[in-house]
Design a protein around this ligand. Sequence first.
Ligand code: AMP
Ligand code: MG
Length: 321
Amino acid sequence: MSDNANILPASDQNLDAAAAHLCTGGLVAFPTETVYGLGADARNDTAVARIFAAKNRPSFNPLIVHVLDLQSAAAFGHMDARAEKLAAAFWPGPLSFVVPRRAESGLSLLVSAGLDTVALRAPAHPLARDLLARFGGPIAAPSANAAGEVSPTTAAHVARSLGSNIDLILDGGACAVGLESTVIDLCSDRPALLRHGAITLEQLEGALGAVDDATRPTDGQAPRSPGQIARHYAPSIPVRLNADMAAPDEILLGFGPSCPATAENLSRTGDLTEAAANLFAALRALDRPEYRAIAVMPIPGTGLGRAINDRLRRAAEAHNV
Ligand code: AMP
Ligand code: MG
């Protein structure tokens, strides 16, 4: 795979090329101070769906959205006094905030895996910042490795893992930190550490006062991993899977050419990347009290279809408990 990988030195010309790829919905791997990120325009549903396809992730986890500074972060999420204090102390740097999404943020719903929250980070790496400035928008970027592999800290790691699945790999040498960013949840009164990283719990408490350690199992309770804290998005009405058609009191969510033309369709051509890009917006659109349930046509369980089915199953199970 690495034979076809497009690794380029981070020259002025190649940074412009990387920004141009982002503008047209492409995927660009770039160095940050933590690990290499796999970047896409965070406002473009199809581009974000391509991230999940390239990583071959079997589920949709919310992604971190990279921005230049506090001011741009505030356009996408509600940055309260605690976020401002932490940003003053640690941004730019390896710290991500989970905050309520602004309704008018313009971000892809897929970037938040359908949730009303968003993770924001201003990275310190000069090349990441240069790319953000040239692109002029928010960059969604998980680590640039295939699902199940360790995070990449060199351009060669990225090439080996993702190879020709991405448009361009900007080579900025080895990452300094080599650990993922710290993730802190600021959505409730008690700030909660969701993931350990380069900024420590002690540093956060020094700036903010008490922070819950949500990365550790608490007595008798199940571990509160970031994925569990995030809670999975589910519509408020039941979801019925593998439906051929909708009952009179149901609404159909279709997939592929056999779906009636008037119904909401994740992808008329049966394209799984298009379906992933539309998934959360479609569920929200059909989640209305006048329907008893959303009846979803079968989605093939290959490629991105696995992640789509994972989310649909969770949504269906949310009403079976
Ligand atoms: P990655 O992008 O692979 O570095 O992983 C992002 C990390 O941030 C994961 O641990 C996510 O669970 C966490 N995260 C991102 N967005 C949110 C969110 N909206 N709510 C909770 N956790 C989040
Ligand atoms: Mg990762």
